[in-house]
Design a protein around this ligand. Structure first.
Ligand SMILES: Cc1ncc(COP(=O)(O)O)c(C=O)c1O
Length: 441
């Protein structure tokens, strides 16, 4: 417990991300340790992790294989230049990733975050068409309520107003499909909703408006996470795929949340049996331990760049830390852990127990919808009139006091525990949440 002594005495300098800074600094919540399913707080309490950190700690905390891989790599090769040079683990990792990816996703580019994976994917899409001599395809289509990180490309194709409105004109040539959330028809659905799949045909309307020859790519999260867990209605993703194929438009799945086992298959593309052209990932790639992302592309996309004189760089893009040796070691340790413990498919085994526990909250006060897929759940609360987000934030604070970490967005509670979760943790999680929801928030 020596960590407990390490609490800082001045919190002013750090401007915290996506945080109510003034509230936090009056009433700080610090984690000083973590193991498996739990965090340790600065005042020595155990907190059950109901969110895998930020949807990333899929194998649970401080797992020995990952920690050891990082320790060893740091003493052996700390850094290698990422441009015009390489190191073995970057190649080994790419091969291992391709092995678990949907068939045909044969090449990997590395990044350092989900946001960078999105920027990389959008740039690959634009450059791909140009490499094929189809440079008039410059438009990118996103979706209302989509979250694709915080960089300019990502907020441009994203559809969360608070993330966009402060930042000027964003990328030009972007349009948005409608979101897929129909609470009037689908509230309290277990799994994929019955209603709303045909909203995918709105993509056809957008194509008719702009002409397919101007559109490079469509990007969606297969399950929209950060906007409050919107599960795709039945047939929706299949229809998007059909329309994109028909018009030569690339389909990008942003799997930063759904990648690495969250739904019970390695990727959502496999879970829904819909194959995109590009997949973006991060988070679970290294179990959240070291910042790293990966973008998967098909051979068709990759090969379109592989022409011209061999001494020339084929794609002018990359980061100083693309495929950083320590990040690669962490990712390899993570993939070993996933494989040895069957974690990439474990969510499928637990999904119905999880679903039952989650939907048992239906009778709690102010609950207006419950949604789930794989090991993801959401409980939507009625907003306090005139004070949107306050009820869910109170639930977050109460849950934290009671030893449970949940995540909130708007008035929605989002849950996504580490994939090592056991049934007794699930019981504890929903038991605590029930107490919180009944506690006059
Ligand atoms: C679907 C999706 N894309 C991109 C991102 C951005 O990832 P990062 O915060 O690592 O930049 C996130 C983060 O939650 C996400 O959920």
């Amino acid at each position: 417990m020596s960590n407990r002594l390490n609490t800082p005495n001045d919190l002013r300098a750090f401007w915290m991300p996506f945080t109510a800074n003034r509230q936090f600094k009056k009433e700080p919540r610090l984690f000083v340790g973590a193991r498996d399913m739990h965090y340790t707080t600065h005042d020595g309490r155990q907190v059950l992790d109901g969110t895998a950190g930020l949807w990333c700690v899929n194998a649970g905390h401080c797992r020995p294989k990952i920690t050891e891989a990082i320790r060893e790599q740091a003493g052996e090769l700390d850094y290698a230049p990422a441009f015009q040079l390489g190191h073995p683990k970057a190649f080994e990792l790419a091969n291992r990733l391709v092995d678990i990816a949907p068939e045909g996703m044969d090449h990997v580019l590395y990044t350092n975050s989900g946001s960078e994976s999105v920027e990389t994917a959008l740039k690959v899409a634009l450059a791909y068409h140009r490499a094929k001599g189809d440079g008039s395809r410059f438009r990118l289509i996103g979706r209302e309520r989509g979250y694709h990180g915080v960089n300019f490309g990502g907020i441009s194709v994203g559809g969360i107003v608070a993330n966009r409105k402060m930042f000027g004109t964003l990328l030009t040539g972007v349009d948005h499909m409608p979101h897929t959330h129909f609470p009037d028809k689908n509230a309290f659905t277990r799994g994929e909703p019955e209603h709303g799949g045909d909203i995918a045909s709105e993509l056809q309307r957008i194509i008719t408006l702009h002409d397919a020859s101007t559109i490079a790519a469509v990007i969606v999260e297969p399950v929209a996470g950060s906007t409050g867990v919107l599960i795709p209605p039945k047939g929706y993703l299949q229809k998007l795929r059909e329309i994109c194929t028909q018009h030569g438009i690339l389909l990008i799945f942003d799997e930063v949340i759904t990648g690495f086992g969250r739904l019970g298959a390695p990727f959502a593309a496999q879970y829904f049996d819909v194959k995109p052209d590009i997949i973006t990932t991060a988070k679970g790639l290294t179990n959240g331990v070291i910042p790293m992302g990966a973008v998967f592309v098909t051979s068709e996309i990759h090969d379109a760049f592989m022409n011209g004189p061999e001494h020339l760089i084929e794609f002018f893009h990359g980061y100083t830390y693309s495929g950083n040796p320590i990040a690669c070691a962490a990712a390899l340790g993570t993939l070993d852990t996933y494989r040895e413990e069957g974690l990439l498919t474990r969510a499928a085994e637990l999904a119905s127990y999880w679903e039952d526990g989650l939907h048992s909250l239906k009778d709690c006060p102010n609950v207006i919808d419950i949604r789930n897929v794989g090991l993801i759940g959401a409980v939507e609360l009625a907003s306090i009139p005139g004070e949107p987000t306050k009820r869910a934030f109170s639930a977050f604070l109460k849950a934290y006091e009671k030893g449970l970490l949940i995540r909130t967005t708007g008035d929605i509670i989002a849950l996504s525990p580490p994939l090592i979760i056991e049934k007794h943790h699930i019981d504890e999680l929903f038991g605590t949440l029930r107490e919180v929801l009944k506690s006059n928030i």
